[in-house]
Design a binder for this molecule. Structure first.
Ligand code: NAD
Length: 327
């Protein structure tokens, strides 16, 4: 396996690993380290070409830094992408060796295309991985808790109302979406559910008259076309990288009067959950930190309104400032 360092002005480090014999191809981007550490998930998916994998790892790792800063975690942001190939013991050995090469500056966790079983297999080859402890289990319920409380807070801030009877489109009823759905049902919201899998419809609700859009499926879901069609007052959901183009789409949402809660602020519950393992997993400590998400959201929305700036850009500014003081 050949490992090379690629210079990038925006990141502390970018690494590429390739093995011609097995076809293993992976990138690790360390956006920033804090106290010598950065954390981020391993994502495995097919990429049409290698440059897309590189772009993805750079963008995702930067957002992990913002997420950690806004959640007050003493960690920098990083990410690993693996170009999809069949899962095998050799794959985990090669990925483990790649992670070990960074000597603990990068700590891996679960992300799209990687499950608890895979993380456990990876753990046999590297210590630099979290999310393996049986007691810790899936981070999805912690993510869903933060998203629910954040969405409820943002709606309350906008309308001074609770969620009863509010029309909410929940896109993606997967690990996070399922838990969120239960909480929204308990709060008597009127739900529009979409998912690629039965019993839900894959059809979107872009033209429905909604109160809240809650994206919990894919990234890039908000773009020029979808924002134009969207009829909602608030967007607050778990999906990472919801804006296809950050500057353009945050401005478009603001122009339409749609309040956008930044994804890297509202969905930090999962990171809080897995990071806790570094200091001894304790679900009470995870919950205490997740419960801080709503007050950060109301502070952000009020400040953004006062400064006449989009909540997204303001959140990014706050995160960048905190990061500059932390590294
Ligand atoms: P998941 O894979 O369990 O669920 C995603 C669901 O979205 C699946 O059921 C899938 O069928 C559905 N889906 C995909 N494309 C769709 C489409 N076009 N329309 C409707 N549904 C579609 O993933 P998850 O763990 O629930 O995470 C959901 C999102 O939240 C992802 O973007 C993930 O990156 C992000 N996120 C998850 C966590 C976590 O703790 N799991 C933490 C932070 C962010």
């Amino acid at each position: 396996m050949h490992i090379e360092h690629i210079k990038t002005p925006s990141h502390e480090a970018l690494w590429r690993a390739y093995d011609a014999e097995t076809g293993f191809l992976s990138y690790i981007a360390v956006h920033r380290t804090v106290g010598g550490k950065s954390l981020g998930g391993v994502r495995m998916q097919p990429y049409l070409d290698e440059s897309l994998a590189m772009q993805d790892v750079l963008r995702l790792s930067e957002h992990m830094s913002y997420k950690a800063m806004l959640a007050d975690l003493p960690l920098g942001g990083a990410k690993c992408v693996v170009v999809q190939q069949p899962k095998s013991p050799v794959l985990w050995a090669q990925l483990g060796a790649f992670i070990n090469h960074l000597q603990g500056t990068y700590i891996a966790a679960e992300d799209a295309g990687i499950n608890l079983q895979d993380i456990t297999a990876l753990h046999a080859h590297t210590h630099y991985v979290v999310g393996t402890v049986q007691a810790a289990q899936s981070p999805a319920p912690s993510t869903a808790l933060g998203v629910f409380l954040g969405l409820q807070e943002a709606w309350q801030y906008l309308s001074q109302e609770d969620l009863q009877g509010k029309k909410i489109w929940l896109q993606g009823v997967g690990s996070v979406g399922k838990v969120l759905r239960e909480k929204l049902v308990e709060n008597h919201a009127t739900l529009f559910l979409s998912d690629l899998h039965a019993p839900y419809t894959p059809n979107p609700y872009w033209h429905e008259d909604l109160d809240i859009f809650c994206p919990c499926a894919l990234g890039g879901v908000l773009n020029q076309n979808t924002i134009l069609a969207l009829r909602a007052k608030l967007v607050a959901g778990a999906a990472n990288n919801q804006l296809e183009n950050e500057a353009r789409d945050s401005a478009l949402l603001a122009e339409k009067g749609i309040v956008y809660v930044p994804d890297f602020l509202i969905n930090a519950g999962g990171l809080i959950h897995v990071a806790q393992e570094l200091w001894g997993f304790d679900i009470a400590k995870v919950h205490a930190k997740v419960l801080e998400i709503p007050k950060r959201i109301s502070f952000l929305l009020a400040q953004a309104q006062k400064d006449k700036i989009s909540p997204y850009l303001l959140a990014k500014q706050i995160a960048v400032e905190k990061l500059a003081k932390s590294v």
